[in-house]
Design a protein around this ligand. Structure first.
Ligand code: TXA
Ligand code: MG
Length: 319
């Protein structure tokens, strides 16, 4: 049987991971594949490199970055306190598309956390990201490798389109298998809450914790993924009941607009961001997306689509 991991274990890919780690150690910034989306990373302890990540991304410096780690056993080096629920989620879902928000250990630089006393931690599941992290032997601070407010990249080509020559190296690990960002769970308070639906389903988190875990849309937490204008393509996105989508498209076309209807397959999690980029690439006025069923990963898709749709109602990314 074909083993998709085989290629990733080849010596050539390992050498790319070592190169990425070397670039980071020397103070550079590296875009890298993860199973969710591509990240734009810096050595978490190199303040100048972390600041460059904010600049290249065009992200305000008070928006915290996730710290990526090689191993769940490192959690205690980065968090000052690991509640039972956090340990349980880490054990169950790491490596994987889950980010935990915890109280930060004192050694975590404030430039990484946007001045907050909490830190987002994640052990990604992509073998090349893990090899790079192991070779660096430290944490890699980084957001998704897109310009602030735009759709996350799920291929190295997307990263090149967005950031071009501004990154020192791109660790190309192929298309991202999950395709939407990690689920962010805050375990700062007694009741864990989901701040951003993502690659681990709400159902799986609730099952692991044995309790209900609400999805909160709080303005108090500085998480740019929570901004209503995030994940914006250039075209206007309309989320439509699948039964009405062709009528809706006909109306818009009758008004002279260039319209693209996305299929159910194109809004599947692994395809969503590439589909939005593709539709944008041909210069349509409207992207019509069928409203997904909000069970499982559909919750993350619905979240990203509603943010993309909201983007045209406001001037741009709000701060
Ligand atoms: O899948 C992912 O999470 C990808 C890959 C590259 O790991 N990363 C990602 O990073 O999506 P970013 O920065 O684009 O989105 C992470 C979100 C941001 O909205 C950020 O504000 C929030 O996590 N975040 C990070 N640290 C936080 C903290 N201490 N408290 C609250 N929110 C935090
Ligand atoms: Mg992002």
């Amino acid at each position: 049987m074909f083993d998709p991991a085989f290629k990733l274990r080849s010596p050539i890919d390992e050498s790319l991971c070592l190169k990425a780690a070397r670039v980071l150690r020397e103070g550079g910034i590296v875009a890298f594949a993860t199973e969710t989306v591509y990240g734009l990373g810096a050595d978490a302890f190199n303040e100048a490199a972390v600041r460059r990540v904010f600049r290249v991304k065009g992200r305000p410096e008070n928006h915290p970055l996730i710290v990526h780690l090689a191993d769940a056993a490192m959690i205690g080096d980065w968090a000052s306190h690991v509640p039972h629920a956090a340990a349980r989620l880490a054990e169950r879902f790491w490596p994987g598309p889950l980010t935990l928000i915890l109280r930060k250990a004192s050694r975590v630089p404030e430039v990484v956390t946007g001045g907050q006393q909490s830190v987002g931690l994640r052990v990604p599941a992509h073998p090349m990201a893990l090899a790079m992290l192991r070779a660096l032997g430290s944490g890699i601070a980084g957001p998704s490798a897109n310009r602030f407010g735009k759709v996350s990249p799920t291929t190295a080509a997307h990263v090149r389109q967005d950031l071009g020559e501004e990154v020192d190296f791109i660790l190309d690990g192929g298309p991202c298998s999950v395709g939407v960002e990690s689920t962010i769970v805050s375990v700062l308070d007694e009741t864990p809450v989901i701040l951003r639906p993502g690659g681990v389903t709400r159902e799986a988190i609730e099952e692991a914790l044995g309790c209900s875990v609400p999805v909160v849309h709080s303005g108090e937490v500085r998480a740019s993924g929570l901004l209503s204008s995030h994940y914006a393509p250039c075209a206007s996105v309309i989320v439509s009941n699948p039964d009405e989508i062709t009528d809706r498209a006909a109306e818009l076309r009758a008004q002279g607009h260039h319209v693209r209807i996305l299929t159910a397959h194109e809004v599947a999690p692994h395809a969503l961001f590439a589909s939005l980029r593709r539709a944008d690439g041909v210069g349509v006025d409207y992207i019509l997306a069928p409203a997904p069923d909000e069970a499982g990963l559909g919750l993350a898709v619905a979240d990203r689509l509603s943010k993309a749709a909201a983007a045209r109602d406001v001037a741009g990314p709000q701060e």
